[in-house]
Ligand binder design. Structure first.
Ligand SMILES: C[S@@+](CC[C@H](N)C(=O)[O-])C[C@H]1O[C@@H](n2cnc3c(N)ncnc32)[C@H](O)[C@@H]1O
Length: 266
């Protein structure tokens, strides 16, 4: 792997490790450095991250994502986390490196991206990561966790539709957002409530460590969300075909609340 950029020897592609990275990653710093090196190399050459991002891979991407681990208390047991729309492994891989006590599921529909992600997981020998090639909605019957993360996937109302059914009762969606997170929450608070969110707030992480802190829109549910609240059509997967086959004849997925069969007009 070359550490020189495409513009020649004066243009280093792998950014130097900032001192603060050791505070965030502790004894996993070397793994984080290897992740940054892969991002700077095949992450860019495979188009998962823009070439202009190379100099700011640490502060704007890997550290910016990893500091969010503070939102997740350490418990006596391993916890599951589902990262939706992982792309180049952000925030999922950054969190899996920072927190080996988490079992991280990367959910990303584009096979080209999950192929790359699986390669990185193998290269870094990360035993706490599983990669799924699927949309979030296709995982509703297959994964459930107390934590779901996402960065730059969609606005919060749409993201909530896709991800809330992946949460256990009491679980939280942690959506990494820009500076306008509070505005987005104000616009979408009512929609989130309708979707089953009982508590939503904007939190900041990394204020003492990073030049620009990370804004997280946290949306919490108190019970497993009834998927019939959602407009999103079930994905065409073996799972949804099976669910359709299981459904009594004459009923529809988006039937009236309570799941009563919709009556045919006589
Ligand atoms: C702009 S990229 C962001 C990637 C990464 N999270 C980051 O911050 O660099 C958005 C990603 O979300 C994925 N995506 C879009 N809709 C999705 C869905 N319904 N379920 C899971 N992933 C989705 C896309 O394939 C894409 O990789």
């Amino acid at each position: 792997m070359s550490d020189l950029g495409p513009d020649g020897p004066d243009e280093p592609r792998v950014p130097p490790t900032p001192a603060v990275a050791a505070l965030v990653f502790g004894d996993r710093l070397e793994l984080a450095e290897r992740f940054v090196a892969v991002l700077a190399d095949t992450g860019i050459s495979h188009g998962l991250i823009g070439p202009r991002e190379a100099p700011r891979l640490w502060d704007r991407h890997v550290l910016n994502c990893a500091v969010v681990h503070e939102a997740i208390p350490r418990g006596p047991q391993r916890q599951q986390l589902i990262d939706v729309g992982s792309g180049a492994g952000l925030p999922g891989l950054a969190l899996a490196i920072a927190r080996p006590d988490l079992d991280v599921h990367l959910v990303e529909p584009l096979a080209r991206r999950t192929g790359w992600l699986s390669g990185v997981v193998a290269q870094l020998d990360l035993s706490n990561v599983t990669v799924h090639t699927a949309r979030a909605e296709a995982m509703w019957d297959r994964l459930q966790a107390p934590w779901v993360t996402a960065r730059a996937v969609s606005r919060i109302a749409q993201l909530a539709e896709w991800t809330l059914p992946l949460l256990e009762a009491g679980g939280s969606l942690l959506a990494l957002k820009g500076e306008r997170a509070a505005e987005e929450l104000a616009e979408s608070g009512a929609a989130l409530q309708r979707l089953g969110v009982v508590d939503a707030a904007v939190e900041t992480y990394g204020s003492e460590l990073l030049a620009a802190p990370t804004f997280v829109l946290r949306a919490t549910v108190d019970e497993v969300v009834d998927r019939r609240r959602f407009r999103s059509r079930a994905p065409s997967s073996a799972g949804s075909a099976r669910r359709r086959a299981d459904r009594p004849r004459g009923t529809r997925r988006n039937g009236p609340a309570g799941g009563e069969p919709r009556r045919r007009p006589s």
